[in-house]
Design a protein around this ligand. Structure first.
Ligand SMILES: [Zn+2]
Length: 272
């Protein structure tokens, strides 16, 4: 079920492609018994449920899709979610990837035609992630299946550093989860938002910003990015959309009694 929020003139539609649980002990292998303090975020079997969220940003100029989920091979629901929100793949002017992990690129290509599914869109790819995965031997299967064909079709644009997406949105480097990991900062009518990507994966990360999680590429870099960015998001009271925090994945980071915490908005709540 999709959910709408607004930041100034920008409508943010939160779309959930899937929910899957991973063992907490596998996400945080170094935490040991300290993970027991977070039983309330775990299922009875120790699993932590991850939402696989994508975000559609609509401003008066452009419609931008951030990430494309796990995709049809994992029975993703993104296409149903889009149509439920009254949007079609052909409405999308640009697809931007926070990074090139397989759970963020799954719906790029229509397997029946081999063509890009978002037919009008440019596909914006962090250059450092393109470089990283295209040099791997062998290249990841998902990279060959979901990303390489975009280059071949001539619809892909690489970007590095800060990259303007519209008059209200800019992509900014937030490296560590992957080399080119990117977040999107939104400013409109004095209100601010951030599509975070995977800088914070679970509510546990939000409270234990210094913990390493097994999905991050460079633990030190990921930790530094997480500490710096979450501090800013709290201090500036920025509305956040996060890929894997519980659906709809929109809320704020707050500081309570000296600890950081994720506060998700109720689905009916408006971000403004
Ligand atoms: Zn992810």
């Amino acid at each position: 079920m999709h959910h709408r929020f607004t930041v100034g003139n920008v409508e943010i539609i939160a779309l959930s492609d899937a929910v899957q649980a991973y063992p907490g002990s596998a996400i945080y292998p170094q935490a040991g018994d300290a993970l027991d303090a977070y039983r309330h975020y775990q299922q009875d079997d120790g699993g932590i449920a991850l939402n696989f969220g994508c975000f559609l940003l609509r401003d008066p100029e452009r419609t931008i899709l951030v990430d494309t989920g796990l995709g049809p091979t994992e029975n993703g629901k993104l296409m149903d979610e889009l149509s439920g929100a009254g949007a079609s793949p052909d409405d999308v002017d640009a697809v931007i990837f926070t990074h090139l992990h397989p759970d963020h690129t799954g719906w790029n290509i229509d397997p029946d035609t081999g063509k890009p599914r978002f037919s009008r869109a440019r596909y914006l790819v962090p250059g450092a992630d393109w470089g990283h995965y295209s040099q791997q031997q062998p290249q990841p299967d998902s990279f060959q299946r979901d990303v390489q064909p975009l280059m071949a079709a001539g619809v892909m644009d690489l970007f590095d550093g800060e990259h303007s997406l519209s008059s209200s949105s800019v992509a900014v480097p937030t490296p560590g989860h992957t080399p080119g990991h990117t977040s999107i900062m939104i400013t409109s009518n004095g209100e601010r938002g951030c599509i975070l990507g995977d800088v914070v994966l679970t509510p546990v990360d939000a409270e234990e910003l210094a913990w390493a999680n097994s999905f991050d590429w460079d633990h030190e870099m990921a930790r530094a990015t997480r500490l710096r960015l979450v501090d800013r998001l709290i201090n500036e009271e920025i509305v956040v959309g996060a890929s894997h925090l519980p659906a709809p994945g929109i809320g704020r980071f707050v500081r309570l009694e000296g600890r950081t915490r994720w506060q998700g908005f109720n689905p009916s709540e408006d971000a403004s």
